[in-house]
Write a protein that binds this ligand. Sequence first.
Ligand SMILES: Nc1ncnc2c1ncn2[C@@H]1O[C@H](COP(=O)(O)OP(=O)(O)OP(=O)(O)O)[C@@H](O)[C@H]1O
Length: 614
Amino acid sequence: MKKLWLPGTIVGLIILVAILAPLLGLMDPVRQDIANRLAGPMNGSPLGRDEFGRDVFSRLIWGARTSLGVAFASALIAGVIGTAFGLIGGWFRGWGEIFTVRSMDIILCFPPVLLALLVVTLMGPGAGTLILVLSVLYLPGFARVTYAEVLSARSLDYVEAVRALGAPTWRILFRTVLPNVAGPVLVQLSLAVASAVVLESGLSFLGLGVVPPSPSWGLMIRGARATMEQAPMLLLWPCAALTLTILAMNLLCDGLRDAVDPRTPATRRRIRVVDRLLPGLLPAAAPQTEAVLDVRNLTVEIATPRGAIRPVQGVSLQVFAGETLAVVGESGSGKSVTATTVMGLMPPIAQAVEGQAWLGGRDLLRLTEPELRALRGGPMAMVFQDPMSSLNPVHTVGAQVVEAIQAHQKISSSDAWKQAEQLFKRVGIADPQKRLRVYPHEMSGGMRQRVMIAMAIANRPKLLICDEPTTALDVTVQAQILDLLNALKRETGMGMIFITHSLGVVSEIADRVAVMYAGQVVEQGSVAEVFGNPLHPYTRALLEAVPEGDEPPVGIPGIVPQPHAFPVGCRFAPRCRFATPACEAAPLPLEEIRAGREVRCIRWHELTPTEAAA
Ligand SMILES: Nc1ncnc2c1ncn2[C@@H]1O[C@H](COP(=O)(O)OP(=O)(O)OP(=O)(O)O)[C@@H](O)[C@H]1O
């Protein structure tokens, strides 16, 4: 809102003055007074007189009326019709789409001035003709912006969800789709108004717009040009009015876009001024720890159309060299948001509003995007779940590995290819020379994941984050990939975060485990301790849900709450068979019961008396 008040006040004032022009007691803007031709400021004419002795101040104000009237009318007409075209074309596709796209292409083929000449010749000059010309000229801008936005909005999950609910089309378009395209359309409106003011002035200047003696800024510039040497100030006033109006309009619409778009980040990544100017000069006190990655009290806020949510709150994790920390929890517990925030890969609508994430003495949450880019694929790397969508289908896998190597190492192409070959050997790809030259779709899922791992380890990362890297693979391939990751960790001494749903995978790969639920860590400790003696009812429930022998698994009743509806107290309480009113009363702290063993439950002593007595 801070961004709005100054341009808003200026635009508001200009519009107000233009509307109230007849009531301001100004001199008649068209009355000529040849005796005072080109006179300087004088009584009743603070800006002097023009080449026909007309009052410049009065013409400036009445000119604003014409210029803004034409600009707003044409931008609004183009905005309404263009947005409707875009909505119809993007939503209904088929003939509506062909008509929208092609008709807008035809309009774009005409050079603006040529189109204006054509229309003026047919209809004669004047404000009405100008509005018509400008509306037609700005139609394609609105139609194309809306069309593109609708195309991407129609495949969004929440739009699909409203469709699945059977909502009528008009309701989906106006209630669900239109609010999503409002931001870009508003920006387009600002550009159209600003550009219409300029075009109106330009066309009037050329004699194709407002007819003299009616005042308009374009006509004023045209008149002042002829007498520029005798009275240069006459040129300055309409130009200054034009510049101020356009600048204020652009700033206002830019601010409006941010204000109406709920996806605008509520808080920007907080980078200290000193870090921005002289990065690394005054590092915030890095914790004295040997952890490769030390995440402290991380809270992530995401601006959603339903308001800001905090899917990750107060999360602290440490990964040491040569160890694997598994992060487990049901879908929606915040595992991926934590990992992608650490990597700086969350979309701009998500911000780390609290906490630190230390990697090699640098707080990742305070780094700029170029600094993070320099770290990604270098000291920290990530392997995703679906290697097919992470690999570019139009390049050979070798070219992609080479690109990953050369992004961080200044080596020749032939050396990079040699390294890629070694990497392929290392990750267990047979016949690497031949395999480097195939495309992703020519490989099996397991092979593609090996390629992704090769890319991730290409620059010897200190930290490797694996986000469910084996979920899409069959069981035998899964086991091979786990073996490979284990071996790589031992060889390189890197620290690894392994995100998974599967407790079986945790026991195979991890040294320590952090159990997450509804955006918080609820239990943390070594795998042996947590699985052997779970302290939190959620961890117990997760373990009971693992099928064992002929025993049927025990499901966890209920579902993980959505971030906008997290309970106030213990977030697991509504699903917990041990919950008491005290659990639901207030947020619970993560209690460190001994070094490296933490639990977020006020009843853990009663539920596991042996551990409490220890
Ligand atoms: N870009 C986003 N916009 C809005 N909400 C998001 C976004 N990304 C994540 N969330 C929300 O944050 C919460 C945590 O998501 P996250 O992906 O971290 O869960 P997860 O534990 O990794 O689940 P899964 O195992 O299914 O990947 C979810 O409720 C999700 O809807």
